[in-house]
Design a protein around this ligand. Structure first.
Ligand SMILES: [Zn+2]
Length: 265
């Protein structure tokens, strides 16, 4: 269990690093005299040569901490949802605030409380992030390369184009270009109803083509020969994925629903 939690956390830490929120400087402390606001504090963020100005407010009502960036274009700098960037930025500003020795104890307590509450919420968010991230071709490829192939597979992997032609005989999950060493995966496998094991088996299958190359026997090229099939069955969810494919392949003949991408964005 502990091990699982650890592995779930890693992608998020990478994401936070990748977010590059900018260089943060805090302005002077301004204590408010009104009852509802405990503290107002300006800050600036330097990012890609731009200065963005914002303000953090800490108060006793909920939520205890609130952040504003006056230049809304700041949030356009990220390819992540604004709410997510806002949460990470809030975390960054608050943890900096806590280091301020002149900060009154009651403000510190409010911030502490806010952070603890946010951490509860973040656990939920991480799950969402990870599930949208688990169709990352390079990651799966690299994981399989070390798990099953001793890192011997050398290929580039990418999503193929969704060709509109109607194919009634079957669905082509993926392909491997032996000359160029490129694995292409059918983009319809991005859809949520397709089990991850099916996407994984497709990737694994194409990797097996490099591991167990085609050969000519009795004048014909054999690509799915016994050695290939033996290796292919090593994939741990092989049976489950094959079973799904057998019963559902026809669902993949239709182009992806056009909305399916914008919903997750
Ligand atoms: Zn094949």
């Amino acid at each position: 269990m502990a091990c699982l939690m650890k592995s779930l956390k890693t992608p998020v830490q990478t994401l936070v690093k990748a977010l590059n929120l900018g260089i943060l400087s805090l302005g002077k402390c301004q204590m408010s005299t009104s009852d509802s606001v405990a503290l107002n504090r300006m800050f600036t963020l330097k990012k890609k040569g731009m200065d963005y100005v914002g303000q953090v407010r800490v108060r006793s009502e909920n939520p205890h901490a609130r952040i504003e960036v006056f230049n809304e274009s700041y949030f356009e700098e990220f390819d992540q949802p604004e709410a997510l960037v806002r949460d990470y930025l809030t975390e960054k500003v608050l943890s900096r605030l806590l280091k301020d020795k002149e900060l009154p104890e009651e403000v510190k307590d409010l911030i502490q409380e806010h952070i603890e509450y946010q951490e509860l919420l973040t656990e939920k968010k991480e799950t969402v992030l990870i599930s949208s991230n688990d169709r990352d071709l390079d990651k799966i490829f690299e994981r399989f390369n070390s798990e099953y192939f001793d890192n011997h597979i050398q290929a580039e992997i990418r999503w193929g184009r969704d060709v509109k032609s109607r194919n009634k005989s079957g669905f082509r999950y993926g392909s491997y270009d032996e000359q160029k060493r490129i694995i292409r995966i059918h983009p319809r496998l991005k859809q949520d109803f397709v089990p991850i094991s099916v996407l994984e088996l497709t990737i694994y299958h194409e990797m097996c083509h490099q591991y167990a190359p085609s050969y000519k026997r009795n004048g014909t090229w054999q690509s799915h020969h016994p050695e290939f099939k033996k290796k292919e069955r090593e994939y741990k969810n092989f049976k489950e994925a094959r079973k799904w494919e057998k019963h559902n392949w026809h669902r993949l003949l239709l182009p992806s629903e056009e909305n399916s991408e914008s919903v997750t964005a």
